[in-house]
Each structure stands twice: as C-alpha cells, then as structure tokens.
Design a protein around this ligand. Structure first.
Ligand SMILES: CC(C)(COP(=O)(O)OP(=O)(O)OC[C@H]1O[C@@H](n2cnc3c(N)ncnc32)[C@H](O)[C@@H]1OP(=O)(O)O)[C@@H](O)C(=O)NCCC(=O)NCCS
Length: 179
C-alpha cells in the first residue's frame, strides 16, 4: 500500500497535512459536501451524481485506493479540521473529453481557510503523487482566467478553450517532470 503525507502550517502556525482520503476516510462527507456544492452541474450532467450523499457513496465505492488513479487528497489540521481537497482523476470530463486521461480535478479549499497556501500545497501534492505513479502528463479545466494565471505560475500551459456543458473553460496541461 502506497502512503502519502505532506506536512505544512497555516498562517497562525497551526500544523496541517495532506493525506490520501483512503488513509483518512473520516473526511468523506466533507469532501462530498464541498465538491458537490462547488460543481453541482458537472456532477449532475457529466457524472450522473445528483446529491451530496450520492457523491459520498461514489467516493466510498470508487476512490478508496492509494496506488492507482483516481486518488483523492485531503488537507486537514492535525486537530482534525477539514481544510480542502483535490483529486487525481482518471477522466474529469468523462462524456465531453473521454480521450484525455489523468487530471488535477476538484480542487477546492474551505472558504474560511483560503489564502493560507492550502491550495498551493494540494497542487504540489497532486504533482508529487502523479510523479510517483509515473504519470507524465496532467490536465485540468477552470472557468476563471485568474485561476488559469495562478496555474501558469505553477508551470501549467494553456491547451485551448473547451466548451464544457455550455460554458467556455480553460483547458490546461502540465508535463510532470519532477515532484
Ligand atoms: C482556488 C482555490 C483552491 C485557492 O485555494 P487557496 O488555499 O486560497 O490558495 P492559496 O492560499 O494556496 O493561494 C494560491 C494563490 O492564489 C492567490 N489567491 C488566493 N486567494 C485569492 C483570491 N481570493 N483572489 C485572487 N488570488 C487569490 C494567492 O495569492 C496565491 O498566490 P501565490 O501562489 O503566488 O502564493 C480556492 O480559492 C477555492 O477553493 N476556490 C473555489 C474553487 C475553485 O475555483 N477551484 C479551482 C478550480 S480548478
């Protein structure tokens, strides 16, 4: 079994870490809740998942592994407060772009903990995880140009615009050369 841990601190010094969801399954509901509420359209129209409970059930059934994609990452404080999550996903546009595999997907940080580097640690963790699984190329999509610019600072390149469920989104790609 593959184990993953990335330690960091919040602005006030609170110790925090990123782990694989399969190793901290107590966060399943937090992940389902924040992700479904952030992207309800994508879950309903592209993944056929219609509620937070269905999302949690899907996580328990299909994402409780540590050594192959898909893998969910969870950021949390040492005291057990959920901070944010992202997924190393096999297909993040399953009906629209089934040709593209291995995505940085569902990156979201709890609103009260934004601006404290949690997002940056989750991105770095996905990259390290992809590298350790010998994945050479990652994709992501985002609606916002400010977020696309942020990813560019992390080495991601624009790969064109994509019509996703009626909205034009930025498609981006990363060559995974090092963790
Ligand atoms: C995008 C998101 C994950 C960032 O998480 P975060 O923990 O606040 O991010 P960080 O603290 O690591 O900051 C990341 C960068 O964004 C910048 N940033 C943070 N909050 C910002 C804001 N409200 N507006 C603009 N820039 C912001 C920071 O300056 C930082 O820049 P740096 O890399 O030069 O340090 C978070 O805002 C979020 O969950 N948004 C809603 C979901 C979403 O849009 N997900 C991405 C879709 S792919």
């Amino acid at each position: 079994m593959y184990s993953f841990e990335r330690n960091f601190k919040l602005k006030d010094g609170t110790p925090a870490a990123v782990h694989i969801l399969a190793e901290v399954p107590q966060y399943v509901h937090d992940v389902a809740h924040i992700c479904f509420n952030e992207w309800p359209d994508a879950y309903i129209k592209d993944f056929d998942i219609f509620s937070v409970d269905q999302c949690a059930e899907d996580l328990r059934k299909n994402y409780m592994q540590t050594d192959k994609v898909p893998i969910v990452l969870v950021a949390h404080t040492s005291a057990g407060r959920f901070l944010g999550t992202t997924t190393l996903q096999l297909r993040d546009m399953p009906k629209v772009r089934p040709d593209l595999e291995n995505w940085l997907a569902s990156l979201v940080v709890s609103p009260e903990f934004r601006g404290q580097q949690v997002g940056n640690h989750l991105i770095a963790a996905v990259r390290a995880l992809a590298y350790s699984l010998a994945i050479q190329k990652l994709y992501l999509w985002t609606e916002k140009s400010a977020t696309a610019t942020w990813y560019e600072r992390h080495g991601w390149r624009h790969a064109g615009m994509q019509d996703y469920l009626g909205t034009d989104v930025f498609l981006m790609t990363l060559e995974v050369t090092s963790p």
